[in-house]
Design a protein. Structure first.
Length: 290
């Protein structure tokens, strides 16, 4: 007997392995064949059946109906483009691809907690779009592409962007308190938030999160083992992204929300609360360091 059964494949695309499934019928499906619902996600056949039986199934907040354009992760591509563009500016200013951290923009945006305490708050967000050299950029953008496209297609564009930015803030808050003498840069905090978001999504779909948890553990070990990596920024982003996504996918059910509007309000309220706590922590750290 094979102790490792084959990974499930999409019921409409047998050549595609997937860890996602329809929350209505339970069939495994790839992101292209799933449409976000108020809670969980439905396959295209269940969506069509629901339209015939009751009413149209509404897409996720901030997203469009399930069309060809809907399946394109535009926000993920836009975030990658912004990161690459910022890197290009820093490399141009420094006249060096490898030593782009010597540029003026890098100096103005890198997350240095003592400078944030002097009022330079642009560093809290701007640092999340800086990278130390091309290898740092390529590794992070590859991870953003892999995680971002699936997370965006499940949560919808607006909610995905909110999770990304909240994770960035969570990473900055952790650095402000626990790495006060560091000069931190990179999209890693936000990307770790997407690791947490995908783990919550798998739990919501009653799929095993073991592979994702192992991947997170491996990355944490790497963060601890290699010098120059912001462990606290990673952990802060992971925590913020996990909590915010749980607020979207689980909190409405825990609070027994009965209407789509209440589900939406509770989900966005949870994201807003995590963002507010992160900003408050950053402000408190800045006050301590001032």
């Amino acid at each position: 007997m094979n102790p490792h059964p084959p990974a499930p494949t999409c019921y409409r695309h047998p050549d595609r392995t997937t860890g996602l499934a329809c929350t209505r019928c339970g069939r495994p499906a790839c992101p292209q064949c799933l449409q976000p619902a108020a809670v969980g996600q439905h396959c295209v056949d269940c969506v069509a059946q629901g339209r015939n039986e009751v009413r149209a199934v509404r897409p996720a907040v901030g997203s469009q109906p399930a069309t060809g354009a809907r399946t394109t992760p535009y926000v993920t591509y836009a975030l990658i483009a912004i990161n690459v563009a910022v890197f290009a500016v820093t490399a141009s200013q420094a006249h060096s691809v490898a030593d782009n951290h010597l540029s003026r923009l890098f100096y103005d945006w890198v997350l240095a907690p003592h400078l944030v305490a002097r009022g330079q708050w642009i560093r809290v967000v701007g640092s999340g779009f800086l990278h130390y050299g091309p290898l740092h950029l390529v590794v992070n953008m590859f991870a953003l592409y892999i995680l971002g496209r699936d997370t965006e297609l499940v949560l919808g564009r607006a909610r995905f962007l909110a999770i990304y930015l909240v994770s960035l803030l969570g990473g900055s808050a952790a650095v402000m308190w626990l790495a006060t003498d560091a000069a931190t840069a990179g999209a890693s905090g936000a990307i770790y938030g997407l690791f947490g978001a995908m783990t919550v999504i798998l739990l919501r779909l009653r799929q095993s999160p073991v592979q994702m948890l192992v991947l997170i553990a491996i990355n944490i070990v790497i963060s601890v083992s290699l010098p120059g990596i912001s462990l606290w920024g990673h952990l802060g982003g992971l925590l913020a992204g996990t909590l915010a996504t749980a607020g979207i996918l689980f909190l409405p059910e825990w609070l027994r929300a009965r209407t789509r509007d209440s589900v939406i309000r509770i989900g966005w309220g949870a994201v807003g609360a995590i963002a507010a706590v992160s900003i408050a922590l950053i402000a408190a750290a800045a006050a301590v360091l001032a």
